[in-house]
Design a protein around this ligand. Structure first.
Ligand code: HEM
Ligand SMILES: *[C@@H]1O[C@H](CO)[C@@H](O)[C@H](O)[C@H]1NC(C)=O
Length: 324
């Protein structure tokens, strides 16, 4: 081995390091001096959270998506109302059943004791999500850090940016292409639906509206109608698992959607669309390959429009902007 060839170095510079806006970048050793034990502390705290609530990993993973999808990965989803006219993202019905925001605040309070004012809430969301994936049996993902927190949160932006369950395949492609994801990477990231649940509010339209609702297994459709018997849900508490192993991060989701057991319209659509069906079939038979592509998808998603360098702030409390 004769050291690094210039070509290799160039390749790393071009592909390996995700860039934020203004060309500023995240770094794998961002907290090396300011909070060297950060990852150890997060790894130490997460298992007890997971063991008291088996549905927590799903919640943290969706929380990261809903943070990154609106403005960028800037913890805007954690901001509470500031009593002014600005309503925060959580007010949006697209954030229905978003959970565990307060648990990010709890981890933040531990980190404030260890390294006051250093670790952003946005980085904690990303770290909690990656620990959720590995704890549930998925890949161990390395992510670069150094996100700053936003000073704004808007429910109108959440309404506009978060995809509805009936999103079309071409819209899914467009959504993730804007984050530098190709088709295969985009189909890998929605494999996050290997964890967690959906509520009738997001299922009923596909069962009772007249428009085509995607290919559904007959027995599965009957099961969903039993769970969600009315077009307007009578309760917001009934939920259905996203795949048959909702607490295990595996490739079962892809096998389920191929059998017509995709919970949402988009889950069904990717199994039949000629552009995406071959990728679904590949992930369904090769879990290692899915894990590999998911890991790179995760790094891309968690680097969406990050605030770095002079932009944003490190919040003292995740639920409120700093008062200077
Ligand atoms: C275009 C794409 C997507 C659509 C239309 C979509 C839609 C949905 C919907 C409607 C729910 C159910 C919420 C409920 O009723 O409780 C859900 C749950 C979930 N989504 Fe997605 N999603 C998409 C992409 C993603 C991505 C990229 C991730 C993560 C990286 C993700 C992770 C999750 C998880 C983990 C849950 C379960 C949450 C829980 O159990 O609390 N989704 N998604
Ligand atoms: C369920 O939640 C939605 C959105 O928050 C709300 O509009 C609806 O009234 C709720 N339904 C019931 C039965 O509580």
């Amino acid at each position: 081995m004769g050291g690094c060839s210039p070509l290799f170095v160039l390749a790393v510079v071009l592909i390996g390091i995700p860039f934020g806006i203004n060309g500023a970048k995240l770094a794998y050793d961002y907290y090396k001096y300011s909070c060297p034990n950060l990852e150890t502390i997060v790894k130490r705290e997460m298992p007890s959270i997971f063991l008291t609530d088996a549905t927590a990993p799903a919640a943290f993973l969706r929380l990261m998506f809903h943070d990154c999808q609106v403005q960028g990965c800037d913890a805007s989803i954690l901001l509470d109302s500031d009593n002014s006219k600005h309503k925060p993202e959580t007010v949006s019905s697209k954030n229905f059943a978003i959970r565990k925001r307060e648990t990010i605040g709890y981890i933040k309070s531990i980190l404030e004791n260890e390294c006051p004012g250093k670790v952003s809430c946005a980085d904690i969301i990303a770290l909690a999500a990656k620990e959720s994936v590995s704890f549930s049996g998925g890949p161990h993902i390395q992510i670069p850090l150094g996100r700053k927190d936003s000073t704004t949160s808007s429910y109108q932006q959440a309404d506009a940016s978060l995809p509805p369950q009936g999103i079309k395949v071409h819209e899914l492609i467009h959504t993730f292409a804007s984050k530098g994801m190709n088709l295969e990477v985009s189909i890998a990231i929605i494999g996050a639906h290997t964890l967690g649940v959906g509520h009738c509010m997001n299922i009923a339209s596909r069962l009772y509206d007249p428009q085509p609702n995607g290919h559904m297994h007959y027995g599965y459709e009957a099961f969903l109608r039993l769970k969600c018997p009315t077009r307007v849900p009578l309760s917001n508490f009934t939920f259905v698992p996203n795949d048959i192993t909702p607490t295990i991060f595996d490739n079962q989701y892809y096998r389920d959607v191929l059998m017509g057991k995709g919970l949402f319209t988009i889950d069904s659509s990717i199994s039949t669309d000629p552009r995406t069906a071959p990728i679904v079939r590949h992930f369904a038979i090769d879990q290692n390959y899915f894990f590999q592509v998911f890991s790179s998808a995760f790094v891309k998603l968690s680097s969406t429009n990050v605030l770095t360098k002079g932009k944003g702030e490190v919040r003292k409390k995740c639920s409120h902007i700093n008062i200077n």
